[in-house]
Write a protein that binds this ligand. Sequence first.
Ligand code: GTP
Ligand code: MG
Length: 361
Amino acid sequence: MKLGLLGFPKVGKTSLFNILTGSNLQVEKFSTGKAEPHLGVAKVPDPRLERLGEMFKPRKLTPALVEYLDIQGLAKGEAKDSLFLREMRNVDAVAHVVRAFRDEEIPHSEGNLDPRRDLETMETELLLSDLEVASRRVEKLRLNLKKAKNSEDEKELGVLTRCLEALERETPIRALDFTPEDEKRIRGFAFLTAKPLLGVINMGEEDAGRIGSFRSHFTLDAFASRPRVALCPVSAKIEMEMARLSPEDATAFLEDLGLAEPCLDRILRASHDLLGLSVFFTAGEDEVKAWSIPRSCAAQRAAGVIHSDIERGFIRAEVVAYERLMEAGSLPAARDRGWLRQEGKEYRVADGDVINFKFNV
Ligand SMILES: Nc1nc2c(ncn2[C@@H]2O[C@H](COP(=O)(O)OP(=O)(O)OP(=O)(O)O)[C@@H](O)[C@H]2O)c(=O)[nH]1
Ligand SMILES: [Mg+2]
């Protein structure tokens, strides 16, 4: 899974990237010219993985991973021509980082603090960029069809016209429903407004107390209820300070601020939910590992996430739900209680399943 951090200049994208991926890229108050896109990896925190680790005592504990792409700030009006925005076409979801912190020293590209306006302005930028792609293709298809009838071109024209009309009404493509065939027809265009959108609201340290009520505070309820959009408040400043503390001090610091968990855990969970991902575990003496799969993915396909041989040679899956395993206390105990199930290739994997695949190559 890959998330692209997108935003206006100086909103804290690189700061968040650093915290999420444990990188150490330079952050500056003032623009220093062009910065290259950066790719980094973050571990998805999951308390279940820790507890499985305690049970199996493996040599290795491996969390699910998320990739983050950091590009330089996008000025209003630039979207259509931005080379960096092109990088965003390869991500699974867009994380739009929005400035909600006050700092007189750091210029605000849009003038004043207004997260809702910034969310909407960026959405317009993405709409314009997609509009250009869609209208160019529609023109081309019309020309082709004038020369020769072709039913595949006609179908593509149909679905692209739907996209184009939506974009002209300022409706993002993610709000439309497509048949699987139509979805395949437009996949190659990698429309930016077709991607799920995570609005990351970067709040000031002094606003920590408002993190729970950020939606009403910034009047974001309507935006948050749009289809395939999620909003997530964070404070890059708080997280940066936490990263410098020991785990015990970091927990105490969070409690002082009245926060239940680090914002980063929330971003990672929110992006997982937004992308419709769930997690299953493999567990043994060597390694306990979390794997990300699409929600309700069939067992055979889930096996393929581990290795294509396991998918091809799939015989069956031995499955126990995480809660059952914890209740039983060990795998043999779960087996004795009849909680270890034998499932076939069509079985829909549930979030938290602990699976042992039987296969033959
Ligand atoms: N006060 C405050 N400053 C922040 C916060 N997050 C980031 N900054 C500061 O804002 C400046 C810009 O941060 P970056 O992380 O480089 O922002 P960016 O969005 O990557 O900037 P560009 O890539 O240049 O568009 C730095 O001086 C940061 O220290 C925050 O939550 N509070
Ligand atoms: Mg940056």
